[in-house]
Ligand binder design. Structure first.
Ligand code: SF4
Length: 355
């Protein structure tokens, strides 16, 4: 994409104005979220900030809110989360996706407990499992008041437009941090970070930014140049992989055979239906002969870098079959804790057997 303007590295009309304007706007417009403290109030418990930020990685706010509230009710402190039964925790996470995050969540909680509390700087937080540069900066800023730039996707978009930065991520991310750092106010760094996030989420939206409601409209380079809807530039996406496999629904006396997925790889350590590997060259396969029913269409499921077509085969038996691996026999209640991929497979398999 070509943007004619030279890149602006400093606010066009002096940088002192930006934090004050943003904080004033935030005081009137902040989103009320269950993990947040109100504008100007004492910082929230770092456990709440950390838990919400991990849940929000690649997941939207409306999806996260009920999970956050359930987790907090069940495990109200980082110590409780560290001591939680891992399988219960994984089941409670089901539906949030990216299960490796749930495993690292508990590992991180245990590290925090061993250290006697959360580190209070982005550098210290960034050394914990599952905490990348953005999350570390967000917790340090919001929960501990560190004067550090916090750049998520919303903030990146606001900075790209405000200062007409033409580069796509990851160069944009680095530039946004460098541009924002001198603007972070020492008095309310956490509120400033959340103000930028909210401005991106509520006003400077990906499509159709609401410039008439923006507190920074008169100093926005992209608005002046009429290029707001062309920024930020898109990063080239890596090619997605495609794989297929077969999931086996084996039902005996109303119970279904489950097995735990391998620790490494997609849905690692999560309960799942037995089945084949997922590979590009994998075809439909069955583990033993019998009166199997096969779904006409595979279940389709997208992971971050993989599109999966999972064929479904279902069989109802009167005796448990000889099976090369140990299966756990689960009733209807336990099946509710399956990852969403396998819940889709379960729906398809039940329909097959009722046909
Ligand atoms: Fe975004 Fe428009 Fe505000 Fe610029 S003026 S920061 S494009 S909402």
């Amino acid at each position: 994409m070509s943007v004619e303007s030279p890149r602006q590295k400093v606010p066009p009309q002096g940088d002192a104005d930006v934090p004050a304007r943003l904080l004033g706007w935030y005081d009137r417009n902040a989103r009320s979220l269950p993990w947040r403290a109100p504008p100007g109030a004492a910082p929230p418990d770092p456990y709440r900030t950390w838990l919400s930020e991990i849940m929000l990685q690649q997941t939207t706010v409306p999806v996260v809110i009920p999970y956050f509230e359930q987790f907090l009710a069940r495990w109200p402190t980082v110590e409780a989360l560290a001591a939680a039964d891992t399988q219960e925790l994984m089941a409670a996470w089901a539906g949030l996706g990216y299960y490796a995050r749930a495993r690292r969540l508990q590992l991180c909680a245990r590290n925090v407990c061993l250290a006697g509390g959360f580190p209070q700087t982005a550098a210290g937080l960034g050394a914990l499992p599952g905490i990348g540069p953005y999350t570390a900066a967000a917790i340090a800023s919001i929960a501990f008041g560190e004067v550090v730039a916090v750049v998520d996707g919303n903030v990146e978009r606001v900075v790209a437009r405000l200062f007409a930065v033409a580069d796509p991520p990851p160069a944009l991310t680095r530039q946004a941090r460098a541009i924002l750092q001198p603007l972070v106010p020492s008095a309310r760094p956490g509120d400033f970070a959340q103000a930028m996030m909210d401005l991106g989420a509520l006003v400077c939206r990906p499509r159709s930014p609401q410039c008439s409601a923006c507190p920074l409209a008169d100093i926005c380079e992209a608005r002046r140049l009429g290029i707001a809807d062309r920024l930020p530039a898109r990063a080239e996406r890596p090619a997605r992989r495609v794989a297929q496999g077969t999931a086996w629904w084996i039902e005996v006396d109303g119970r279904v055979g489950l097995e735990r997925r391998p620790s490494r790889g997609l849905l690692g350590d999560m309960p799942g239906l037995p089945g084949t590997d997922w590979r590009q060259d994998m075809d439909f396969a069955l583990p033993f002969p019998g009166a199997w029913k096969r779904a006409a269409e595979p279940v389709r499921h997208s992971f971050t870098h993989l599109d999966l077509k999972l064929h479904v085969a279902a069989i109802r038996l009167s005796d448990r079959p000889a099976f090369p691996r140990d299966l756990a026999w689960a009733g209807a209640g336990e099946l509710k804790g399956l990852p969403s991929l396998y819940r889709k497979v379960a729906t398809r398999a039940r329909a097959l057997l009722e046909d």
